[in-house]
Ligand binder design. Sequence first.
Ligand SMILES: NC(=O)c1ccc[n+]([C@@H]2O[C@H](COP(=O)([O-])OP(=O)(O)OC[C@H]3O[C@@H](n4cnc5c(N)ncnc54)[C@H](OP(=O)(O)O)[C@@H]3O)[C@@H](O)[C@H]2O)c1
Length: 295
Amino acid sequence: MMKLLIIGSKGQLGWELSRQCKRSGFLYLAVDLPQLDITDQSQVENAFVDFKPSVVINASAYTNVDKAEVEPMSAFSVNSTGPANLARLCGKYKIPLIHISTDYVFNGTKGESYLETDPVSPLGIYGKSKEEGESKLRSILKEHIILRTSWLYGVHGHNFVKTMLGLGNEKKIVKVVSDQYGSPTCAADLAEAVLTIVGSIRNSLENSWGTYHYCGQGVTTWHGFAKAIFEIASQYTSFKLTHVKAITTAEFPTNVKRPPFSALECNLIKKSFGINPKPWKESLETTIERILTAS
Ligand SMILES: NC(=O)c1ccc[n+]([C@@H]2O[C@H](COP(=O)([O-])OP(=O)(O)OC[C@H]3O[C@@H](n4cnc5c(N)ncnc54)[C@H](OP(=O)(O)O)[C@@H]3O)[C@@H](O)[C@H]2O)c1
């Protein structure tokens, strides 16, 4: 029987992973701060010794892209030192590690979807810290899967969909940038993909270790994403909002540069694990229904 250690269980993805493991009868332990801090090697080792996982899934991360610019030490500690700790201990106890990374390892100037083999060139502290985490992990542990995803949202936790639904109740006009392109990814779908990979590890697919991309299929802008959110949500509820206004990145200044085009090519994960990501709008419909009809 596989035993899964899910780290970051209070986050969007970690919560979905725990929920799906519970439903499908997986044996799992779900941990997050303050119980387990991945930057503290001894805490991680204690969890490994006590629970004896057969696979570790790292869904934990420092994910606040803007705040990372003013707290670089914290971002690097969680996103780089943390995965390195996990990789070292996974090596010591011979446990495979599934680690989640991001489209923000790319600078977004390629102009088409990124392949796993494309050169990385992160723009901000968040992307740099995640990229450093990836490369440390790769150099320490062969038995790993790094799964890069993008524009993650779900039923649980903070995300763009919930922010938009909140703003739609407060404002008549919401301004959203229309010159950054990417692929919204549903946390429930990503969790399902992670658990499919766990299944493949159980069946010991020897040569599948490495880096993969997984995101919702199709490309949109944050403005297109916001419009779709309100179109779908309007079937369930009414909003004060009357208009989603398209603006440029320059009109919405932040302290960090974001990639202008960061869609990820997902052919490799299809070929290697038979995982077929769904069209992003289809999953958005399911998630909004779950958010708005939850009692
Ligand atoms: N969100 C996105 O749009 C997005 C896009 C691309 C890739 N990703 C990647 O996808 C993965 C999952 O993201 P998510 O959105 O589910 O993240 P999330 O909702 O921010 O959850 C991350 C969880 O990790 C916890 N955590 C932070 N520092 C920790 C530490 N030192 N030790 C243990 N746990 C710690 C957080 O706790 P606190 O909340 O208390 O800090 C939180 O519960 C991450 O690797 C992220 O980089 C996310």
